[in-house]
Design a protein around this ligand. Structure first.
Ligand SMILES: [Cu+2]
Length: 227
């Protein structure tokens, strides 16, 4: 009995864990599903900085997540240096990441990175070779935040993921967040532009998200453009 109970419990845990998210690229610091780590813990799930850094483009590199929630308000932040505690550069405007499976941004923060680096006294040239950490935050149904981090080194020649490696799963995308008093007829915005093409193809239909009553959101280009 105790044995089957243990199996039942571990299965329940796996299901819970499966509902969190994984940073697949740049490779995360390490699994935040192992004992001692927890995605509930700010700022990086209690996973220590790694020396196994991924080189990442100085104009915004690729970010691929495997996500397990139906929706999650999502943030991608950058902290410069080693042993980062201040993730003060926002690479994407917060957005609702919808669907579960693979979610990928090919050129994360292409529009925001230069300004963020500028505030820190860097530019795309002087950031070369500098270490930094990406922090990805997802806030889902309960309102609690989940954290994961990936350590990078900026490199002007770092490759982006190929389109074939950076394709959203069917039904997975991102929706920009608008003020609650805006109507459902709001037009598509580029708020969550993450370096993808500015094309708003397919963004004609504004969506109301059932689980997020009161907030009206418009489909933005990137979720679609990256497919
Ligand atoms: Cu979860």
């Amino acid at each position: 009995m105790a044995f089957s109970m243990a199996i039942a419990l571990s299965f329940a845990f796996l299901q819970l864990a499966a509902a969190h998210f994984t940073v697949e690229y740049p490779y995360w610091r390490g699994s935040s599903f192992v004992e001692g780590a927890s995605q509930w813990i700010f700022p990086c799930a209690n996973v220590s900085e790694t020396t196994n850094r991924t080189v990442w483009s100085t104009t915004g590199g690729s970010l691929r997540l495997h996500v397990g929630h139906h929706w999650a308000l999502t943030y991608v932040n950058l902290g410069l240096g080693n042993n980062v505690t201040n993730f003060n550069i926002s690479l994407v405007d917060h957005f609702n990441q919808t669907g579960n499976g693979t979610f990928c941004l090919k050129e994360t923060g292409k529009a925001q990175l230069a300004a963020g680096l500028g505030l820190a006294g860097y530019d795309a040239k002087s950031i070369e070779g500098i270490n930094a950490t990406l922090q990805v935050i997802q806030i889902s149904t309960t309102g609690a935040a989940l954290y994961n981090c990936a350590d990078i080194t900026f490199n002007a020649t770092a490759a982006l993921l190929a389109d074939s490696e950076c394709t959203n799963s069917t039904g997975v995308g991102g929706i920009g967040i608008l003020n609650a008093d805006q109507t459902g007829n709001a037009t598509a915005t580029s708020t969550a532009s993450a370096g993808a093409s500015a094309s708003s193809t397919g963004a004609a239909a504004a969506l109301r998200i059932p689980a997020f009553e009161g907030v009206v959101a418009a489909v933005v280009g990137f979720g679609i453009a990256l497919v």
